[in-house]
Design a protein around this ligand. Structure first.
Ligand code: PLP
Length: 389
């Protein structure tokens, strides 16, 4: 067998600081290294393995589709793409969807659709093309989506950025109104919980005001649910906890259960904005990926969403009472923990004790599989409490 780590350092571009861990085998919320050591995984492939590793129904659906129709391009119709589109529109109350391959691409599509909506309605000369973005946001790593990302560390080295993005502080309604009224804006983009920015949930009033401000100024409200979507907050989408109706919702991560997918969902107003030739993707809507995603979306039912809420409460209650913990933020199974210690060191200590967690800025971040067995969750939180204290 090849030496995995040295082969990585010889042949793979060094864009990641990886944990010193080769995952050889995994099932559900448990992963195993080359020595057979077991880890309880509270990171789930960065919020992707929404039903854990190698869910049986997901694996069967993917394997079956791989032997039926593997790839066709979007020049033809396939059943899994149709099935997934109907399911995800029904879950969200949105009207139409465009499928791509990642969160960044889902946001690229949203930005294009918002600009075209404004161009179609007001004309190019009106100059209504700016997007209002929030400080501390994260929308992806393509040039358009880092231009929309409100964190300077992602910007270093890559200037010049695209024009057409303005930034305001989250939860400052007045600042948002002031930008919205300038007349050169077509959209607002926001995450309900700023994930990479530190797992910070926006204020309820502010979330509701995003819709009002968009309506009053005829802006397209884009909610980025790449990380918060697909059951993570206890509703199918996080915006559904706040009774708002975005114009565009983007999602990715958990939707594919581990296969690459992005989805941009449009409401009535935007449903027919993108027309033939204005957008496309070779792999988007690939039948194998969509067949896997259908099995994932069908499994995210009310029972699972209730489990998410109960597990969330367990984590919040236990960690809030734990010594060394300064704050616990987020919602559902997307949780940030600020401690009095260095987050990266804690990640290492926890991995030594067989628990995998992520970081977000200076916090620890937990985004476990929604179906993590309660026994495993309790075991992992018990270990976390010992380490944090
Ligand atoms: N938007 C949000 C809110 C994210 O959390 C991420 C990834 O972490 C992205 C967009 C980018 O997604 P991807 O890495 O699939 O391009």
């Amino acid at each position: 067998m090849i030496d995995i780590k040295s082969t990585y350092s010889e042949y793979i571009a060094e864009t990641y600081s990886r944990n010193d861990l080769v995952i050889m085998k995994a099932k559900g919320s448990e992963a195993f290294d080359e020595n057979g050591k077991r880890y309880i995984d509270l990171g789930a492939g960065i919020a992707v393995n929404i039903l854990g590793y190698c869910d049986d129904e997901f694996a069967d659906a993917v394997a079956k589709q791989a032997r039926t129709v593997s790839h066709t391009s979007n020049l033809y119709y396939t059943e899994p793409q149709a099935h997934l589109a109907k399911l995800i529109c029904e879950k969200s109350g949105m009207k139409k969807v465009f499928f791509s391959n990642s969160g960044a691409e889902a946001n690229e599509c949203a930005i294009k659709a918002a600009r075209k909506y404004s161009w179609d309605k007001y004309g190019e000369e009106a100059g209504r093309n700016k997007i209002i973005c929030l400080n501390h946001s994260f929308h992806g790593r393509t040039i358009a989506t880092i231009s929309a990302t409100g964190q300077s560390e992602y910007h270093k080295y890559f200037a010049p950025f695209l024009p057409g993005y303005v930034f305001v502080e989250p939860n400052d309604i007045e600042a948002m109104v002031a930008e919205a009224k300038k007349g050169d804006v077509c959209a607002i983009i926001a995450e309900i919980i700023q994930g990479e920015g530190g797992v910070n949930l926006l204020n309820t009033n502010y979330i509701k005001s995003l819709q009002t401000i968009s309506e009053e100024n005829d802006l397209v409200l884009i909610i980025d649910e790449v990380q918060t979507g697909n059951g993570r907050t206890g509703k199918y989408f996080a915006y559904q906890n706040f009774d708002i109706k975005p114009d565009i919702v983007t999602t990715a991560k958990g939707l594919g259960g581990g296969l690459p997918i992005g989805a941009t969902l449009f409401n009535d107003r935007l449903a027919n904005t993108l027309t033939p030739g204005t957008h496309g993707s070779t792999f988007g809507g690939n039948p194998i990926v969509c067949a896997g995603a259908v099995s994932i979306v069908e499994s995210i039912d009310d029972k699972l969403l209730d489990e998410v809420k109960a597990k969330s409460e367990y984590i919040f209650t236990n960690l809030r009472q734990c010594g060394g913990v300064k704050s616990v933020t987020g919602m559902g199974l997307m949780i940030g923990i600020e401690t009095d210690k260095n987050a990266k060191e804690i990640v290492k200590l926890l991995a030594d004790r067989g628990v995998l967690v992520l970081t977000a800025k200076t916090k620890l971040r937990l985004v476990p599989a929604l179906n993590i067995p309660v026994g495993l969750l309790k075991e992992a939180i018990g270990i976390m409490k010992e380490v944090l204290q």
